[in-house]
Design a protein around this ligand. Structure first.
Ligand code: AMP
Ligand code: MG
Length: 379
């Protein structure tokens, strides 16, 4: 097929004619990449089984990894999901439009393929004017997984979409870099009615806890561990797979107190050079002085992603940093988590921390797979 048509579009005040044109492509079964406030999505008509099959094929996405259905407004929810638990219903009124995804019972009109034949479906209403305008113009709910090849880091710039999918999709709406840079927070309910955060993301877990408490909804909120182990059996939530969001280069991650982490990072860089790798470094502003010393070999490619005091900045830059380091030919990337992680024997590390920092560390851990070094020192 011919390469994707790329249409620049104003992210705040999108030209309606462009949205109508892109909406027509979706309605007729095509694939359109577009910016959301989190990352770029690859859109297809959620009611068109054939289009969804072609979306999985384009992304080379594992057929067991379910998609998120995107709506122009919450009023469309009954068309795609039923039996919304009160707690999740409240969270939608509080956080939609925005980067919160709820998982509820799938409406029979939604093809099973959308959710890898689960009885449930994931749904969100994005806040980005281009995303909302496109879904509205399509006249149908739109499935939109991140617009990258499966297992790779999510696309946060149109150029990332072109690099991964430019030859296999119809249209790319280029609305510039996405603002948040990390995916939505995915929430579901357990059988006992408690809320479970399946994927930490752009809406902090703490904000969910506060929203429920303020509404007088008295349910526990669980995060992480149990689900992550379950996900490794291929159930529940494949976005929680241990290796995901990864750069092409091997990511080696350090976790612990900043000072000891930095020391270990320097050591790992030297190891990488000794092993003949082309090393890259992801640097937080706070670490720059101790990490980038004048004796450091020129061969180290450095990517500055911002200050730990501004996790929003790091989130915004993280996936682009992975891709920039890949493009520079780096083969091994060294980085550290923002907060310390907790570990249990035989289980993958679990991010601690608050707010966006937790989501950033979650992505770093998954991108690193099993290559997480704990410094063991909190000094
Ligand atoms: P993506 O759209 O690529 O950011 O990934 C969507 C992720 O949402 C999946 O990988 C799952 O982790 C999660 N998800 C989607 N649908 C469901 C569902 N029905 N049940 C549980 N998790 C889901
Ligand atoms: Mg994805």
């Amino acid at each position: 097929m011919p390469p994707a048509v790329i249409l620049p579009i104003d992210p705040q005040h999108p030209d309606r004619r462009l949205l109508v044109r892109a909406g027509a492509v979706i309605r007729s079964g095509g694939l359109v990449a577009f910016p959301t406030e989190t990352v770029y999505g690859l859109g297809a008509n959620a009611f068109d089984d054939h289009a969804i099959a072609s979306l999985y094929k384009a992304k080379r996405r594992d057929a067991r990894d379910p998609l998120i259905v995107h709506l122009a407004s919450a009023s469309g929810l009954p068309r795609v999901a039923t039996d919304i638990p009160e707690a999740l219903g409240h969270l939608t009124t509080r956080f939609w439009p925005g980067p919160l995804t709820i998982v509820a019972r799938r409406h029979p009109d939604v093809p099973g393929r959308v959710s890898a034949n689960r009885p449930t479906v994931a749904v969100r209403v994005p806040a980005h004017p281009v995303a909302r305008g496109l879904i509205e113009a399509s006249g149908v709910p739109v499935v939109a997984p991140s617009a990258n090849r499966f297992m790779r880091s999510s696309a946060t710039r149109a150029s990332h979409v072109v690099a991964d999918l430019g030859e296999v999709i119809d249209l790319i709406l280029d609305g510039g870099p996405t603002e948040i840079g990390l995916e939505s927070t995915v929430v579901a309910t357990d059988d006992d009615g408690s809320v479970r955060v399946l994927r930490p993301g752009a809406i902090p877990v703490e904000a969910i806890v506060v929203a429920l408490r303020d509404a007088g909804i008295d349910v526990p909120v669980h995060v992480g561990a149990v689900q992550r182990v379950a996900s490794n059996d291929g159930e529940l939530s494949p976005g929680l797979l241990e290796t995901h969001y990864a750069p092409r280069a091997t990511l080696v991650l350090v976790s612990g107190a900043p000072a000891s982490s930095v020391r270990l990072m320097v050591q790992l860089l030297h190891d990488a050079i000794a092993a003949g790798e082309r090393p890259g470094l992801i640097v937080y502003d706070e670490d720059a002085d101790s990490l980038i010393d004048p004796r450091m070999p020129h061969r180290v490619t450095i990517s500055h992603v911002g200050s730990v005091a501004s996790p929003e900045t790091i989130a915004h830059n993280l996936f682009a940093s992975f891709r920039d380091l890949d493009a520079a030919g780096v083969t091994r990337i060294v980085a550290r988590t923002i907060d310390a992680v907790t570990t249990m024997p035989g289980r993958p590390p679990i991010p601690g921390g608050f707010g966006l920092a937790r989501a950033i560390d979650d992505r770093l851990i998954r991108a690193a797979g099993s290559r997480v070094h704990l410094t063991g020192s909190m000094k």
